[in-house]
Design a binder for this molecule. Sequence first.
Ligand SMILES: [Zn+2]
Ligand SMILES: [Zn+2]
Length: 181
Amino acid sequence: MKKLFCSCTPKTSFDRCELTQGLLAKRCPSCAAALLAMDDYRQWRDRHFPEIPATEPAALPGQEEHSKAHFCPSCQHIMGRYRTGSAESFWLDYCPGCQLVWLDNGEWAELEKSGLALHLDTILSERWQRLIKERKTLSFRDALLEKRFDAETLTEIRRIKNWLDAHPKRKDILLYLAENR
Ligand SMILES: [Zn+2]
Ligand SMILES: [Zn+2]
């Protein structure tokens, strides 16, 4: 990899480092951000963990931090932001063109802690990002419902909904209800 400079202070270049045993990356000596090439990551992962268990985003994503976006130190374009889907909700910055992941200080440790360190390819996939978005919409909708109805009514609404969703004539029933409002 050519010499890359960090954006935290002018002219601070990334040094070689080991993110974890056998995983080479680059680290900024000033802000401790790390740059990880997906090629190096995949080699490390496939060598040490030939079998990776399936994973799902956390059921309830936590509060999201809003750190500023990063520019790719290699091509200077703005990096994409990807929700990790961990309970300790944070974003990964990734440049698809250069296949470089930017990890702020502590983010790799956070990935390891939440069992996502082996799942970078999954996190950066369209499917994973869509799943998290859907979960967020659902929990937002739940919060709205809880504001509008008392607990007893909510339980009843959910029971009826589950029954309806499983019913083969769901559409007809909904139509009937709508016609008889
Ligand atoms: Zn830096
Ligand atoms: Zn780039």
